[in-house]
Design a protein. Structure first.
Lengths: 224, 223
């Protein structure tokens, strides 16, 4: 059942956006609508799965000294493939809306973080589950943020008006300051839930992202 | 791995190998997707033109002509024909008179009758203030939850916009059109005067320049 655990940890306990606070740039940048969040999340998930598979399958061959450049080359290759594929087969409005953020998946620390912290130390099967879980967690967080911002801004979800009488758009939630405010509320809610759960179990909740001892992203695996 | 000597040439060769494999893969993917990407870009460029022109069967981009308006803006005209007869022109112009909070540019695609009268007006790109200026520029279809469940008719095409529809059927004279904000038919919105004026000026320039060069437009198309 450990494979299932690798998958599910990305959804909640180690959610890349809401707990580890990784990949904030696309998170804040593209989530002005649910559609954009979904597109960005799926694109990142594809890159994650691809890079995790390749990195974990060559983990015993790559010389330690040059592993980071090799990982970056691998990730950049997958990002470019996704970029070209989206340009060719995704709706042009979605591709235009995501714009520069698609090429920028290369420097999304979720992707390099999973390659370095997980895929380079685990087998292919586990790495795939890890990538799927992290990718899905990233996607869900982006869709949730995007849907909230879009709904508060114009009463619509996935570009479909839920409240037909809502005529004038409310600009704050869909603009950049609104992104920070709503992400902050999400994080507060996430922490409140976790604290409550921990209290019920009689434990003290420690926010994972605030403490390096509970976070394995920073463990860069130097000679051990 | 202990006491391993760093073999720099080997590292270089390894990294080079990885890069070569990556480059080969990308070359393959690019070759595969290139035709589709090109088709998409062409379709996107032609979409606005198809929306403002009546039905046509030629490729208007092959019969493009550029004239300068009185204001000094370049207006590009695309001639649409059906069975060899001119059915209309699509005039494309970028007016720099938009709201200066953004970059101030508003791109317009204006459908014209063969005599230079204005048909459909479409704003293809702008950086106007959301909620104020965009009330004038927006023609995007907004589906609602009611449409989804009522079934039946499929919504398509352009949404009526009273500010842009004001220009339909008008022909540019010597004077620029005035901004009308009161009454049944309006082309200006209180709170978005700059946007209203910019679009008014842009549409006027397209119509006016077409009328000034109507002979050249017609003659070129006849060849």
């Amino acid at each position: 059942m450990s494979a299932m655990k690798e998958f599910s940890k990305g959804l909640w306990k180690e959610n890349p956006v809401l707990v580890l606070l990784l990949g904030m740039c696309p998170t804040l940048g593209v989530t002005s609508s649910a559609t954009n969040g979904l597109g960005m999340g799926l694109a990142t998930m594809c890159v994650l799965v691809g890079s995790n598979v390749v990195v974990s399958s060559i983990r015993n061959v790559v010389p330690k000294k040059i592993r980071i450049p090799v990982y970056i080359a691998i990730i950049a290759t997958f990002v470019t493939i996704i970029d070209l594929a989206m340009q060719a087969y995704a709706p042009i409005s979605l591709y235009n809306a995501l714009g520069i953020f698609i090429p920028l998946i290369v420097v999304n620390c979720v992707v390099l973080g999973r390659a370095e912290a997980f895929a380079s130390k685990n087998g292919v099967g586990k790495s795939v589950m890890d990538a799927l879980g992290m990718g899905l967690g990233f996607t869900l967080a982006l869709v949730a943020l995007g849907a909230t911002r879009e709904f508060l801004g114009s009463g619509s979800l996935f570009q479909i008006k839920m409240i037909p009488a809502w005529k004038n758009d409310f600009m704050l939630p869909t603009s950049a300051p609104g992104a920070f405010i709503i992400l902050g509320l999400f994080l507060a809610g996430m922490n409140a839930l976790n604290i409550r759960k921990a209290r019920k179990e009689g434990k003290n909740y420690k926010a994972a992202s605030m403490d390096c001892s509970t976070c394995n992203i920073c463990d860069m695996g130097e000679e051990k | 791995m202990s006491a391993q000597k760093i073999n720099i040439p080997m590292l270089g060769i390894f990294l080079g190998g990885v890069a070569a494999v990556a480059a080969g893969l990308l070359a393959g993917v690019q070759t595969l997707t290139a035709p589709q990407i090109e088709a998409n870009q062409l379709a996107a460029a032609n979409e606005a033109m198809m929306q403002v022109l009546p039905e046509y069967d030629n490729d208007p981009t092959l019969e493009a002509q550029v004239f300068q308006s009185v204001e000094g803006w370049d207006v590009t005209y695309f001639t649409a024909r059906k069975d060899g007869e001119i059915v209309g022109y699509a005039g494309k112009v970028v007016t720099p008179e938009g709201f200066p909070d953004g970059d101030g540019n508003i791109s317009l695609m204006v459908g014209l009758e063969p005599d230079g009268a204005v048909g459909t007006v479409l704003v293809t790109a702008s950086s106007e203030t959301p909620g104020l200026g965009t009330a004038i520029t927006n023609r995007k279809l907004q589906k609602t939850i009611v449409d989804l469940f009522s079934g039946g008719e499929v919504l398509e095409g352009l949404v009526p916009n009273k500010y842009l529809d004001w220009y339909a059927g008008k022909t540019a004279g010597e004077e620029r059109w005035a901004i009308v904000k009161e009454g049944e038919t309006v082309n200006g919105k209180t709170g978005a005067t700059i946007t209203s004026k910019a679009i008014c000026g842009g549409v006027y320039a397209v119509s006016r320049t077409a009328i000034e060069h109507l002979e050249e437009l017609n003659n070129n198309s006849a060849q």
